[in-house]
Design a protein around this ligand. Structure first.
Ligand code: MN
Length: 326
């Protein structure tokens, strides 16, 4: 089953403030001995078991999950991560996910290896290759398909990518569909001092570089590779939610350690994230201003109320998402 189709309803009625009443995984504030402005770790979450999305993407979902409140990862809704995996040559057919709808949010696909061919009924098509990012705004409604690119599928090879779902605020949920094909060459790479590593700035700002992605709400998305002993400081407004997903390697954050396959959720209690790589590490930093609105998700639609979800199904059935192109 694919995330687009499985039946899941995450109902979240956000309260005005973050819920700080669950003191699990708390730690002393000055644990990392830095300036005192570094954020503490609120929790560390192991990725979920793997599942197939269509027949092309073998992924682990980091969220949504019941023990990680939707308001703590907002504006992000979902993260499916597929580590590097070899696919054998395919003589016939396609690997991936066929035509399906979305409404009310954005899908962001980041590729490190492999090639995914995307097509949607707003007239956009493209191939997402190593280092590329595709930022698609479903908005009021879109149909799209996501397959291993044909020549790549025929030859076989490694696929390594992630797909994120990014929420839209109520006022923008019914915006016209959009499409940002961001190539690797368009993404600035910041080199950290003292050989600590490199940071690709996909969205937001880092080290004087601005990420190319246009976003509806303030978002920071960093793709970082750290050397053993490398330190990644990230300044962010303390109101922004912040996550670091360790896809390879091992890090120390304050007194806590996180290893490959773990997500670090930071408290909103400081102006800086401070991550120390204990070995060669690849991690994604996701941060943004939370969207303080109710979330109702049902399959491929993410709206504010159940009535809006019902309307999405009605509109989809009545063909208001448009037709599949031929
Ligand atoms: Mn999709």
């Amino acid at each position: 089953m694919t995330p687009c189709c499985f039946i899941m309803s995450v109902m979240s009625t956000n309260t005005a403030a973050f819920d700080r009443t669950t003191p699990t995984n708390e730690e002393p504030r000055t644990a990392n001995g830095s300036s005192g402005s570094a954020r503490t770790v609120e929790g560390i979450y192991r990725s979920a078991p793997f599942h197939w999305v269509g027949n092309g993407f073998y992924v682990s979902s980091y969220f949504p999950r019941t023990d990680l409140p939707a308001e703590r990862v907002s504006p992000f809704l979902l993260m499916d991560y597929g580590p590097s995996r070899e696919f054998s040559p395919l003589s016939n057919g396609q690997r991936g996910v066929g035509w399906h709808p979305h409404r009310g949010f954005e899908t962001v696909t980041v590729a490190w290896e492999g090639a995914v061919a995307h097509r949607d009924n707003a007239g956009n098509a493209g191939i997402i290759g190593p280092g590329d990012v595709q930022w698609m705004t479903a908005g009021a409604g879109i149909l799209h398909e996501e397959y291993h690119e044909r020549e790549f599928a025929r030859a076989g090879g490694r696929v390594h990518m992630t797909q994120l779902w990014v929420n839209l605020p109520k006022k923008d949920k019914m915006t016209a569909p959009g499409y940002q094909p961001i190539t690797a060459a368009q993404i600035p790479t910041v080199t950290l001092a003292d050989g600590a590593g490199t940071v690709r700035v996909i969205a937001g700002e880092y080290g004087g570089a601005a990420g190319p992605a246009r976003t509806f709400t303030p978002i920071t998305m960093l793709d970082a590779r750290l050397a053993a002993g490398g330190r990644l400081p990230v300044r962010l407004p303390s109101t922004h939610n912040a996550l670091a997903i360790v896809t390879d390697g091992r890090v120390r954050v304050g007194t806590r350690h996180a290893t490959a396959g773990e997500l670090v959720l930071f408290e909103n209690d400081g102006a800086e994230l401070d991550v120390l790589a204990l070995e060669e590490t690849h991690l994604l930093v996701l941060a943004g201003e939370p969207i303080d609105e109710p979330i109702t998700q049902y399959g491929p639609f993410v709206m504010n109320t159940p009535a809006e979800i019902q309307q999405a199904f009605v509109d989809f059935r009545q063909g208001k998402f448009g037709d599949v192109p031929e």
